[in-house]
Design a protein around this ligand. Structure first.
Ligand SMILES: C[S@@+](CC[C@H](N)C(=O)[O-])C[C@H]1O[C@@H](n2cnc3c(N)ncnc32)[C@H](O)[C@@H]1O
Length: 227
């Protein structure tokens, strides 16, 4: 039996897509959430402990917080349990958000849900805390990255905290079978530019449900209103 390759085999074989049209990842993600149990997805975490620590360090209970590409992440469950009252979860896949809503039951009505492709989304308001674990790294073209960064700038307060978690330079080259861009906190910082100051960083190894280790970079930025 072949051994899994940590650079490409980050996922169970059935998570690998066929050809995903580069400009339409929507079907891939809907299909993934529709056909797989959330705790079998390669990115599954029972608790997003590091994200939770960074978000709660930055937010007061009333702070507008957004989780970009939140999918079926349990981050929102843990924030609600701690009393955070102004949470938005955005994802391209309605099926991913549906899993989270079903898990939360009546509590789901306390969250703002947005089904949108971040590349075409115009934030209707400002967020004090912007969190993204393993969404931004799917944007591999300069054009898509620029669209994301435009949404980030348009959707954050002048002193917002931005928490980005991506595959690290020594992490896999694919996620969910799709090509990704790997980053260090420093390469993320140069992409975000001087108006976002890198204030904290961590390297983390995530173990997928099938037992494969994936290296992540976590980077925390503070928006600098003077830059
Ligand atoms: C690897 S999963 C990570 C999910 C979640 N952040 C977590 O850590 O459990 C990537 C998520 O990003 C979403 N996504 C991918 N491309 C997107 C896009 N262009 N706009 C919004 N969401 C997107 C997917 O549907 C999926 O839920």
């Amino acid at each position: 039996m072949a051994h899994p390759d940590p650079y490409t085999d980050d996922i169970q074989a059935d998570e690998r897509p066929g050809e995903v049209p580069k400009d339409d990842p929507h079907g891939h993600w809907e299909g993934m959430y529709a056909t797989k149990a959330e705790d079998t997805l390669s990115w599954y975490q029972r608790h997003s402990s590091r994200s939770l620590a960074y978000v709660t360090a930055a937010a007061s209970w009333a702070s507008p917080i957004i989780d970009i590409g939140g999918g079926s992440s349990t981050l929102v469950d843990d924030l609600l349990a701690r009393g955070y009252a102004n949470i938005t979860v955005l994802d391209i896949a309605e099926a991913g958000l549906a899993k989270t809503k079903a898990r939360l039951g009546a509590q789901a009505s306390r969250v703002n849900w947005i089904v949108a492709d971040i590349r075409h989304w115009h934030p209707p308001r400002l967020y004090e805390v912007w969190h993204d674990r393993a969404m931004f790294h799917f944007l591999t073209s300069a054009e898509d990255q620029a669209a994301y960064l435009a949404a980030l700038r348009a959707g954050t307060t002048p002193e917002a905290t931005v928490i980005l978690a991506t595959f690290a330079p020594d992490g896999p080259e694919q996620c969910s079978g799709l090509p990704i861009q790997r980053y260090s906190p420093q390469t993320l910082a140069s992409l975000l530019g001087p108006s976002f100051r890198l204030v904290e960083e961590t390297a983390e190894t995530h173990t997928t449900p099938s037992g494969i280790e994936q290296r992540f970079s976590y980077a925390v930025f503070r928006r600098d209103p003077t830059a």
